[in-house]
Design a protein around this ligand. Sequence first.
Ligand SMILES: [Fe+2]
Ligand SMILES: [Fe+2]
Length: 389
Amino acid sequence: MSLFKYMLYGKRSKKSVPDDSNDDYDYDEDKTITDNDNLSVDPVTSKINIGEIFGPNGIPRHVLAKQGLINDEIDDKEYWWCYKGHKDFDPEKRKLAYDAVTVDQAIEHLNKKIASGDLPVFTIPAQIIEVFHLLERQDFDYMEVSSIIEKNPSLTGMFISSINSSLYNRGFTITELYPALLRLGKNNIRALLQLYSIKISFADDRRFGNMARKIIRHSYIVAIIASYLSQRYFPEPGLAFLAGLLHDIGKLGILKELSLDPRFCLRLKPDVTEDMFDPIFAGRHEQIGVKLGQQWKMDDLTLSAIERHHNFWEYDFSDEDQLDYHLCLLINLSDTMARILGEGRPIGETNIFLEPATIDLNIEKNISTVEFFADIPAIVSNKSANNIL
Ligand SMILES: [Fe+2]
Ligand SMILES: [Fe+2]
């Protein structure tokens, strides 16, 4: 989608609701649907039976209707995006990471940190600091960056997997480090290296480390979903990937901060999970995330998505800020999708098409969208995502 078309589509004023049911298709009207057209059923995506109706190349509604293979209405209940809710999801009965008094102390402690701007510092391996220095130079050379990173096989694997996950289904695969770095760009390289360093910095701490790894994995999945959705709903997939990677960075900052203080380290409950931190993370991970993003010299669009990805409707986006607004919507939607698919905190009953972010992005429920969304569980279950861990 061109930037011009995008700008016409997505204005916050909602004065125009686009009809994207006329998207161009590459199809043959006389095509008969056979079993071979069906999408394979992945164990993770077994809820999806979209392949029973739609061939992988996309066939318009009227052709399917002519062949008697589709009802007039798309029944959401049949598809992954209409989710009954996680079996353990009950915000009322949620356990806390600490006793109530310690939760209050943690909140007070973090509020002071936010006010003072005194942020936790993550230890960064010397090899990565060398890359950061290189990336700061105006005339940095990707070949030079590549020659440092390739000495570390797990970092090399992470970059190649990242680019291939974010390019999912776009017709090519990258197998070499240099083109992967070139394609990811400076900011995504820096963000991935930061996440990698954070993961390593929690290596000796089992309980905080487990949560940190899950948050990093969730962020990575949100990044690849956001990048995939950008094919239709955002003009800059690289920026969407970056905002996805960093949207919950503040949670990692909070975990690091608490892990350094014996009060919060020793009193942590043994069976702790991320959702038990909800009262502590809520409203604070966005603020600490912005400060970390500023420290890492991230661009304003990414900072805005970090700050506003949960409560975008509370902000007044001007005409000039429509790109910021759409990035917030995209990250919010990608986050919800990741959670439905089990990558993130448990989520209650949700239908993606009823989500405010979906509505504000003007995503219409039609065959074209249904088919586009059907690939998302496969992206999430893609084995390459494991390389980030
Ligand atoms: Fe968040
Ligand atoms: Fe998230």
